[in-house]
Write a protein that binds this ligand. Sequence first.
Ligand code: ARG
Length: 456
Amino acid sequence: MWGGRFQDGPSAVMEEINASIDVDRRLYAQDIAGSKAHCAMLVRQGIISKEDGDAILGGLDRVRGEIEDGRLAFDRALEDIHMTVEARLAELIGEPAGRLHTARSRNDQVATDLRLWVRDALDRMDADAKGLQAVLIDRAEAHAATVMPGFTHLQTAQPVTLGHHLLAYVEMLGRDRSRMADCRRRLNECPLGAAALAGTAFPIDRDATARALGFDRPSANAMDAVSDRDFALEFLGVAAVLAVHLSRLAEEIVVWCSQPFGFMRLPDDFATGSSMMPQKRNPDAAELVRAKAGRVIGALTGLLVAMKGLPMAYAKDMQEDKEPVFAAADTIGLCLAAMTGMMAEAVFDTARMRAAAGHGHATATDLADWLVRALGLPFRRAHHVTGRLVALADERGAGLADLSLEDMQAVEAGITGDVFSVLGIDDAVASRTSAGGTAPATVAAAAAAARQRFLD
Ligand code: ARG
């Protein structure tokens, strides 16, 4: 393709380091779509003849068919998918194939192909994240009134409902999806026609190719068009944050499935056994989702480092963009599928959750709030009084609700029997009706609202 000024072919090592076909063959559909749009434009602009254009378009369809049927042998000597498609086209249709690359460079070609691929990947990722949201919303709705301990520092904080906890992840995924939409909007500019870096003297129509490929507009600066990989970095950034969210949910599953917690049980099809310990039921899929976040973060870091310090315009360094993008997309797809499966089928032990919510003086804040409301104590003073009551309960090895009224009055004389009405976990949960709060009615309404916001 570029041998005119060369006498020798590349060394084996040169070929090995230069070839990207093993990776970028995944761009074949985008590459052929981009070539067809470019070819049709060249014909319309009178840059190549209709006959040549028809031969090219027909030939590209055949190449695509051959690749899809597994009939095309990929050859490293042809470097990448762009040269592979063009070389096969030349074998199939002969001389007209050589006109396809008029007013085009591999630089604008690859930038276009990868944008198209990332755009599709974002659409798939959005659909998958939405699927997980749907499962979480279903389960949140069913468990709007299931009481469990809420944690901060993984220490019992206040009783919450399971629905409330699950809806937190629905919000995270909602932000992930809005980042995907944002990334998609910004990447949707067409580099095609930027040529190598300077544009072209041929009378091309960049609006036409942009439109044909579903882009909003052609990119404004040819140099930027061929050297920009922000869209890949943003995609990886979106993926990395999503992977972190999935890793956190995975960690919840690991903790909840452990025997001391016993909040959750994974069904057989999402658990694994141990080769030595017959009693084991391990949450391997959750552990792997937790670990795989490292790969996605690594993909982002790797490409950021590859891009830093690259002068204008294209440099071969950028060929290294595809592997992390493909790998991150694959990893996220698998993790979302595993998480959706686990969350759809997980069995919650609501009795264990309720029992755990009753431990750890989870309603101490409710007691302090009662002192503020009923006795008019400043919150700081109420906090101190409650702290002393917690210490007293601990001394007795009892819960706050097990203290007698006399015990309580010995610490704060004004306390009346009404205080016991706020010490139950159901009372505590039901009282938190503020917007975004954990009261069952509030959670049920929030789940319905989430369904509308995210799934409609
Ligand atoms: N395989 C190359 C890549 O992925 C295509 C662009 C090559 N451009 C060049 N000027 N050598 O980046």
